[in-house]
Design a protein around this ligand. Sequence first.
Ligand SMILES: Nc1nc2c(ncn2[C@@H]2O[C@H](COP(=O)(O)OP(=O)(O)OP(=O)(O)O)[C@@H](O)[C@H]2O)c(=O)[nH]1
Ligand SMILES: [Zn+2]
Length: 212
Amino acid sequence: MLSKEAAAVRESLIEHGLETPMVDNGLSRAEKRERIQGLMAEVAGTLGLDLSDDSLIDTPARIAKMYVDEIFCGLDYNEFPKIAQIENKMKLEEMVKVRDIGVLSTCEHHFVTIDGIAKIAYLPKDTIIGLSKINRIVRFFAQRPQVQERLTQQIMVALQTLLETDDVAVHIDATHYCVKARGVMDEQSQTETLALGGVFKTDPIRRAEFMA
Ligand SMILES: Nc1nc2c(ncn2[C@@H]2O[C@H](COP(=O)(O)OP(=O)(O)OP(=O)(O)O)[C@@H](O)[C@H]2O)c(=O)[nH]1
Ligand SMILES: [Zn+2]
């Protein structure tokens, strides 16, 4: 059973057309690991690597565990963080802004690293969210194959749903290793993406305050 928060966030993403494209193949986590282990052994063998070498022998199993339990575990809503929300008894109205949140994700086109930082702000309404939960929500959606634009939007919609307000802004600045380490091999370029909701979209002063 999914938590109430996980189910609500998933429903919102589907409604907004922002859910990661997925099909339910009915496999358990153990079955996924086992199958990926076999497939990665095929990949390594096809590349001509000697999988009997003592350094390589466990690589297919390591990759299977890494995909299912680590870098792609955010595909499973059972991993959605436990959310601590408190009533806004203090009647806070001013912006809460969290900067320099580490973002480590994986590009869905090449399955290599996206490495960046996020800045997130919201204007409290009836509830306030535990600060660390903002970082955890970022991590949950980062632990999927991603494009940066969708990641940015998913985080915004998740927070809008949980905080019951449109007034949420998300900015991500990241290095794509598929651009840096292969392909065009550009070592410098950074990609910035922005998702603005509510007053952050309609009020230039709020937007400037967020971007500052
Ligand atoms: N919009 C967007 N594009 C991304 C992201 N991550 C990777 N890409 C791009 O996805 C595109 C895939 O393009 P293709 O031409 O199919 O792939 P490719 O031949 O490997 O392209 P090159 O990277 O140019 O060598 C590339 O331009 C990537 O830079 C992302 O988060 N957002
Ligand atoms: Zn890529």
